[in-house]
Structures are given as C-alpha cells and as structure tokens.
Design a binder for this molecule. Structure first.
Ligand SMILES: C[S@@+](CC[C@H](N)C(=O)[O-])C[C@H]1O[C@@H](n2cnc3c(N)ncnc32)[C@H](O)[C@@H]1O
Length: 195
C-alpha cells in the first residue's frame, strides 16, 4: 500500500512539474551505479533539510534525468548544477529543466565523470549512491582541494560508502536519518565541512 501511494505521489509530482524522470537506466561508466531516482517525498525532505538559500549553488553528483535538480530549481537558490557522465541522461535532464513549471533558478549540467569535474561555486552537494567507494574517494579528494575553501554541506542518500566520508577529517557528520525511522525508502547522512 505504501509503495502504491509513493508511486501515485511520484506520478502526481511529474504531472505537476511537467517533467519525466522515472525509470532505471543501466550504468555505462566504470564504478557507476545505474540510474534510478528517489521519491519526490524523499527528495523534497532532503532538500528542505539542506536549508538552501539565495546564496547557495546546489550540486547533484550524478544528476541522471534531473529529478533532484528540478526540485532544487523550484527553491530560491542561485543555481542548480548537475554532474553527469551519461550524455543521453543529461540531454533528457536539460529537456526536463526547460519544461519545468515554476522554476526559480537556472539549471545546468557539467558533463563528464565527477572524478574530473570542476566543483567551483557549489555550496551544497547531494548524492544518491551514484558510484562506488573508489570514485567517491577521488571525488571527495577533489572537492577538498577546491579554491576558495568555502563551507560546504552534503546530503548522501543510500550512504553505502559512508566510511569514505568518515575517513575525511575535513568533514563532520551532522545528522543521520535512518530509513526505518523516517519511513523514506533510504537512509540519509548529512555532513558539513569542519569550521
Ligand atoms: C542512482 S542515480 C542518481 C540520479 C539522481 N541523483 C537522482 O537522485 O535522481 C546515479 C547517477 O550517477 C551517474 N554517475 C555514475 N557515476 C558517475 C560519475 N563517475 N560521474 C558522473 N556521473 C556518474 C549515473 O549515470 C546516474 O545517472
């Protein structure tokens, strides 16, 4: 019953936003997770917890068809930026962003593997289990080396490689949402840079 309610809710949100982000697409990059997305309920709750504001540039690492980007772009943020290695998904995400109703912020996608991406300007990151431990470590190393060293927040949904975050002394965990307690489909861990 819960699953049916979630599916109907997702359909309702897709209609309301004017986008199409459902489905599963096989991975086409080493160490990548296949494309899948979270319920709109989960995405909206996670974005709310990040407390995004007008000075924030939101980044989705592995942005897929753009569901999270579209939800973030309806909030009063400076910009919503995707990072995606699969060009077919990126084209579809940009088409979704162009159709998105009540968009408040620009949406762009930085194409290519996150382990080679330019993270300049991003203030709040979202990850929905996009890749394996090796890639996550490389991506976090790259983010740590950013200039200027501005404060960052992270939300990591389905945090199967949370130990990679735990190994980063420049990050601290600020909240843990257990799936069983929240009723969301996955657990979520939140981090920020150590002040
Ligand atoms: C589980 S999906 C999450 C999609 C989106 N964040 C969402 O929640 O709706 C993971 C995405 O990460 C992308 N991805 C995997 N490895 C990547 C990499 N190294 N660099 C960039 N994107 C990657 C995949 O192509 C896929 O679209």
């Amino acid at each position: 019953m819960q699953r049916l309610t979630t599916r109907l809710g997702n359909l309702w949100w897709e209609r309301r936003l004017g986008v199409s982000t459902r489905g599963i697409v096989a991975a086409d990059h080493p160490d990548a997770t296949h494309y899948a997305t979270m319920s709109y309920t989960a995405v909206r709750r996670i974005l709310a917890a990040l407390e995004l504001g007008r000075d924030d540039v939101f980044g989705d690492l592995g942005s897929g068809l753009g569901r999270v980007l579209c939800c973030a772009a309806r909030l009063p943020v400076k910009e919503a930026v995707g990072f995606e290695v699969n060009d077919t998904l990126t084209e579809a995400a940009l088409a979704n962003a162009a159709r998105l109703r009540a968009r408040k912020a620009e949406v762009s996608v930085r194409r290519g593997p996150c382990e080679e991406a330019d993270f300049t300007g991003i203030t709040a990151f979202f990850l929905f289990d996009p890749f394996g431990e090796r890639t996550l470590r490389a991506v976090l190393d790259r983010i740590e080396k950013r200039e200027p060293r501005t404060p960052l927040r992270f939300a990591y949904a389905n945090p199967v490689h949370a130990r990679v975050f735990a190994e980063c002394p420049w990050l601290e965990e600020v909240a843990f949402w257990d799936a069983a307690a929240t009723g969301l489909e996955h657990s979520v861990r939140f981090y920020r840079t150590v002040p």
